[in-house]
Design a protein around this ligand. Structure first.
Ligand code: KIV
Length: 293
């Protein structure tokens, strides 16, 4: 069941007040109008994640994604969603100081129509988060693996095994909650620690490679749909669209080369009946039969 009745828009308040006993929040990434329209009525949150750098643009990491890229994709998603709450990632380097964070978060929200922003980091970002929240920006936190801070491609390491990491994660979640976030993404954290943090927090924790006990789950839509190569181990693939698309392209190429495409139903036939009427001349015009087109 969605966070809101059918037809109604999911709100920040309904996400923030989500009770642990309620069904988990369903969250997916979306970067385009088509995917936003496809997912919108079935999910609670659409995240315009900076993972688009890798998934759409073939970059090695999220580190070079720009504010302009996020604004363009977030516009497409927000304008094509009627139900889900739309959240957009602040890319790396756009929230280094409270001042720059506020200016950039305002652009992301005002220019796109998204309901909130997400930024990576726990205690170290708490002051910036509080500044945004105090100025009316809805903020989603992100703890655990922080892709914007990982220098080496493929260098994502599961967090929480060491007792110090567990304590740091608990502190991060508490600091973000105090700063006013409406929810927190928890990524790549060992299950018992992710569960403990979810149970301790009073805002919903949205897991990705975390725990079934989180109050929500998020995946990259393209990973879940089978449109990416080598998705992370925590992804469950619900379809293999890559195979379907490849076969469609192979079939098209074969049809074109064999002159099977376009066939009669795919071309416009001259239909004299449908052409604009000519001025009547003194010579009678002979009607020709013409195919539809
Ligand atoms: O950028 C992204 O897609 C994300 C999700 C993986 C949570 O941050």
């Amino acid at each position: 069941m969605s966070a809101e009745p059918a037809g109604a828009r999911v709100t920040i308040e309904s996400i923030k007040g989500r009770e642990a006993a309620e069904p988990p929040l369903v969250c997916l990434t979306a970067y385009s109008a088509y995917i936003a329209r496809l997912l919108d009525e079935h999910v609670d949150i659409l995240l315009v994640g900076d993972s688009l750098g890798m998934v759409l643009y073939g970059m090695e990491s999220t580190r070079d994604v720009t504010l302009e890229m996020m604004i363009a994709h977030a516009c497409a998603v927000a304008q094509n969603s009627k139900h889900a709450l739309t959240v957009v990632d602040m890319p790396r380097g756009t929230y280094e100081t409270s001042g720059s964070a506020l200016a950039n978060a305002r652009r992301l929200v005002c220019e796109t129509g998204c309901a909130g922003v997400k930024l990576e980091g726990g205690s170290v970002r708490a002051d910036i988060v509080k500044h945004l929240v105090d100025n009316g920006i809805n903020v989603m936190g992100h703890i655990g693996i922080l892709p914007q801070s990982v220098q080496t491609p493929g260098g994502y390491k599961v967090v929480g095994k060491h007792p110090d990491e567990r304590s740091a994660l608990l502190e991060d979640a508490a600091a973000l909650e105090k700063a006013g976030v409406f929810s927190i993404v928890i990524e790549g954290v060992i299950e018992p620690v992710a569960r403990e943090i979810s149970q301790a927090a009073s805002v919903p924790l949205i897991g990705i490679g975390a725990s079934p006990h989180c109050q929500g789950q998020i995946l990259v839509a393209e990973d879940m749909l089978g449109l990416t190569q080598n998705p992370p181990r925590f992804t469950k693939q619900y379809a293999r669209l890559d195979d379907v698309l490849r076969q469609a392209v192979i079939d098209f190429a074969e049809d074109v080369r064999a002159r099977r495409f376009p066939s009669a139903e795919h071309v416009y036939h001259a239909n004299i009946e449908q052409l604009p009427r000519r001025k009547q001349t003194t010579q009678p015009q002979h009607k020709k039969s013409a195919a539809n087109g």
